[in-house]
Design a protein around this ligand. Structure first.
Ligand code: HEC
Ligand code: HEC
Length: 506
């Protein structure tokens, strides 16, 4: 009610003002609410919590290479998948069945205690809104070696993923996403068993993260459908560049039947490799470009590449020494082997500083399986060089070649099986003519065989772990080539033994 003193005009004036104030208040309330919701959404979905690693080796094993935003899986969901869907794994033991390694807790040189890893080596856990997990370089670049009489394995960061089943990992995730039990009702109790989520996080997982992860995995499965019509990747192998062609560079997988399967390469001691043909076919010669493009190949994207972290990783890898052979070496025999190595012609293609080391040897000359080099032609190189044109960093050195790089042989003992497609199980076998090399063998065993110089390759399964049956008659798996007088396959048996002994030395 208005007071008797107020005129009708001032009355309506006051009402207007009051109405205006009420509107302002509601607007403020809406704004504050929207702000709070927006803030909550930002906090729960996009807030980025940086991870720091004082130690370069830890950065390599657990650091982020910038792929969580695109390829990260909600951590708690990822953790329970093997427990809910063990039947989609190739063996017992959860993710370990795929070759992943959890570090044990141990005392550091300074006396402090380092707890066991929260994630396996080769994964980073990073919060972008919610904790996410994604792979990094170490999932593929880690060697795991057990001595013949020991059960504890030694780990060699920078190595060749000798027990990692990358395709098995992808197929496990896809099988989970296709399983009708991939629902919040089934997964939430399992997640709650591991972690006490807040009510908001429970809602987030139930209504957003679980359904969205499923959708994203099914989409990723489509992008990787090309794998299903080609030779399977063996343990220790991936097809590194077809996914880049089809998923990053916009090339068409329907009109492309190349099989790019290739053995993981070691990435230690990069410094003296600057300017050499890098990657098996020498498709680039710049270490920096190879490091950046590796992160992109693993799901990072140009706008968010963590340049400082990748530079630190690069510097670590430039200096990381190749591991020494951990068994006794017969020095006298090795000295004789050195002469044979030099006389036969190995040095000319494999010694640092030699004329042909780190160059591309045409397929016509080296004679190894042609598939891997066929997959990367001029058009792909042109597109990748163009990819970074809008960024402060550039790609200029991608190219197509006609063969395979004559790689330096540092740490060669650990790089079995040999050749770009991992088609020859041991050094002894590599010195045999192709017809006498094993036609079928098993990959993935980390037990070392110092006699043949390679990993045990004639056992199909051990303690419930199935190894990968590698069939050299399949497309891209040929074990031909790197044969003839200059490649040592015509030496006498004694000379071969001496040469193999020499190859164990640094
Ligand atoms: C999913 C497995 C995988 C991951 C992850 C991976 N790589 Fe590789 N890497 C490979 C394979 C396989 C090759 C050999 C590929 C080829 O040329 O066919 C390779 C080759 C390389 C080479 C070339 C070595 C040489 O001597 O020519 C470098 C350098 C390299 N990787 C660095 C990295 C870095 C740095 C990362 C992380 C940012 C990384 N890789 C992540 C599998 C992987
Ligand atoms: C004309 C140059 C040339 C000569 C000579 C040569 N190699 Fe090679 N070597 C290569 C090339 C190229 C590759 C990679 C081929 C491939 O993977 O398809 C290779 C691969 C290898 C590998 C496999 C490396 C790995 O990581 O898988 C070993 C081991 C090796 N050579 C040892 C030798 C030995 C020992 C000799 C001498 C008896 C020799 N090579 C002679 C060019 C040569």
């Amino acid at each position: 009610m208005s007071s008797p003193e107020t005129t009708p005009a001032t009355q309506s004036e006051q009402e207007r003002r009051a109405r205006g104030q009420r509107k302002l208040v509601s607007l403020l309330v809406v704004l504050v609410l929207a702000g709070a919701i927006g803030g909550l959404v930002w906090y729960k979905l996009f807030r980025e919590v940086p991870t720091t690693y004082a130690d370069d080796a830890d950065l390599f094993k657990y650091g982020s290479i910038g792929n969580e935003a695109y390829d990260g899986i909600p951590y708690w969901l990822w953790l329970v998948l093997p427990r809910v869907f063990p039947e989609h794994l190739p063996g017992n033991g959860g993710y370990a069945a795929l070759g992943m390694v959890w570090e044990e807790g141990h005392t550091l040189p300074d006396g402090s205690w380092k707890p066991s890893g929260e994630v396996p080596i080769g994964f980073s856990k990073k919060t972008i809104g919610f904790p996410r997990i994604a792979m990094n370089c170490a999932i593929c670049h880690l060697s795991v070696v057990r001595k013949p009489d020991e059960n504890v394995a030694t780990l060699y960061p920078g190595g060749t993923g000798n027990q990692m089943n990358t395709q098995g990992y992808l197929r496990f995730l896809f099988a989970c996403a296709n399983d009708p039990r991939f629902t919040a009702d089934i997964l939430m109790p399992e997640i709650q068993y591991n972690v006490k989520l807040s009510l908001v996080d429970q809602l987030l997982y139930r209504y957003l993260l679980i359904p969205q992860t499923r959708k994203a995995l099914l989409e990723q499965e489509k992008r990787y459908a090309f794998m299903n019509t080609r030779t399977d990747w063996s343990i220790g192998e991936i097809d590194p560049f077809n996914p880049v062609k089809f998923n990053v560079l916009g090339m068409d997988s329907a009109t492309d039947d190349t099989v790019g399967n290739s053995d993981m390469e070691p990435i230690w001691n990069l410094q003296p490799r600057e300017g050499m043909a890098l990657h098996w076919d020498g498709l680039n010669t710049s270490i920096r470009e190879v490091v950046l493009s590796s992160a992109i190949g693993d799901g990072a994207r140009a706008p968010t590449l963590p340049l400082a972290t990748l530079e630190r990783l690069e510097n670590y890898l430039r200096k990381l020494p190749a591991p020494e052979y951990p068994f006794p070496v017969d020095q006298k025999l090795a000295a004789r082997g050195k002469e044979i190595y030099q006389r036969t012609g190995c040095a000319e293609c494999h010694n640092f500083g030699a004329k042909r080391t780190g160059t591309v040897i045409p397929v016509a000359e080296v004679g190894t399986d042609p598939e891997r080099h066929k997959l990367w032609r001029e058009e792909a190189a042109r597109r990748y060089n163009n990819y970074a044109k809008d960024y402060p960093w550039k790609f200029n050195n991608f190219r197509a070649t006609d063969g395979y790089a004559s790689v330096p042989l540092d740490g060669v003992w650990i790089r079995a099986p040999f050749l770009h497609n991992g088609s020859v199980p041991s050094l002894s076998d590599l010195l045999e003519p192709p017809a006498k090399r094993p036609k079928v063998f098993y990959r993935g065993n980390n037990r070392y065989d110092p006699t043949k110089v390679g990993f045990v390759s004639d056992v199909a399964e051990e303690k419930g772990r199935r190894f990968f049956k590698y069939d050299t008659s399949l497309k891209a798996n040929s074990n031909a080539g790197h044969a003839g007088a200059t490649y040592g396959t015509e030496l006498s048996a004694d000379d071969k033994t001496a040469l193999v002994e020499y190859l164990k030395t640094p």
